[in-house]
Every structure is written in C-alpha cells, then in structure tokens.
Design a protein around this ligand. Sequence first.
Ligand code: SF4
Length: 221
Amino acid sequence: MPKKPFDIDQAIRRIRQAVKPWPKAAMFELAEEGFDSAFEQLVACIISIRTYDEITLPTARRLFARAHTPLAVSQLTVNEIEALIRGSSFHERKAPQIQAIAQRVVDEHNGTLPCDREVLLSFAGVGPKCANLALGIACDEPTISVDVHVHRVTNRWGYVSASTPERTMAALEAKLPRRYWIEINRLLVPFGKHICTGQLPHCSTCPVLDMCQQVGVTAQR
Ligand code: SF4
C-alpha cells in the first residue's frame, strides 16, 4: 500500500502518546528532579556517554548528592569523582574531564557555566550532542540533539537521508520545525528503545507505520 506523505505534526502527536508508559530519557528525568543547570546537565551528559540510562541516572544522582555545583565539584579530587561515577563507562577518562570543567567554570566564569555553545564545546569530552542537550534542556535554547536513536528513527521514516548523526543533525536543522527541536530527542530516545528498535523494529504495532518509509528495514516484528 502506498504510504502517506510524512506528517511531522501528526507523528509527534502520536509518539507523545506512545512513549508515555516508558521512562524519560535520563537527562530530561534529571532536569525534572531539579538537576537542571547547564553544569549539571553537561556533567550528566558526559556520564551518560556509552552508558545505559539505567546506570546514568543513579550515577549522576550519586555524584550530585555529594557535589552538584562547579565549586563543589572542583573541590573533589579526580579519584573521588571517579569513585562516585564508577558505574559509568570510561569513568577513568570522564572523572578528570568533569574535574577540569568544574575548575575552569570556577576560574573563568565565576562559578556559573554560561549558556554559551562555544564555551561548552571548548571543554575536553564535550561534543555537539552533549552541548546541544545541555543548551536545550538547561538554557531553553532550541537545539537538536541527535543520538543513535534520533539518527536511526528519522532516517527510517525517510524524513531525512543522512549517513551520520552529525549529518542528520544538519538535515533536521534545515527541515524540522523549531518547536520540536528539543522535544525530538525526548521522544525518540524511548521510541527508539522500545518501538523502532535497532534490530527487528515493532513496525506492525507502530503508530506511524502508515507514513514511515521504513528505509533500510529488512526484518521487523
Ligand atoms: S514503522 Fe517501523 S521503521 Fe517506521 S518508525 Fe515505526 S518501527 Fe520504525
């Protein structure tokens, strides 16, 4: 059966409903718990790199319970930070990065991380994904954060056609209405984990099957 043209407004409405039963992506969950400063969001994003949300959440909470301001984190030793974030992948590399960020915020920005993309990207360990998430969630700046889920899902829809997450981000910036720039990550992380999964996506029960081009999908449930 020929597909309907992809209607992003309708897709977003349906996916909002579909993801309601599942936990929010870690960064959004932490923001709702009050860890919503640019510094906290950036640190949580570093902790989340190559780490499951189920691990990221308690790990970030453990660090923030001990220290959640740049000044407090800067006063911890690298070993103390490493012990606190031990559950996170590559914690031995992330601990000195987090300590260095806290120290620079104290030394160069009076202890408050500014909502400034250039500053965020100047830190070792911070790439466009974490900078955009922190700016979007903590600073309300319309940015699109493209992780593996956003990349996979929007390409399967046929909404964009891009070979890397970076190219998907550029394609979405040119096409996706700004009102969805922050929300797309919040929706497509749980949608990609539970419905449009990497292997065997659940197309038969998917709420956007009627308009998804299913690009590259060779086997499905
Ligand atoms: S129809 Fe299949 S490929 Fe398309 S979004 Fe749904 S689960 Fe993903």
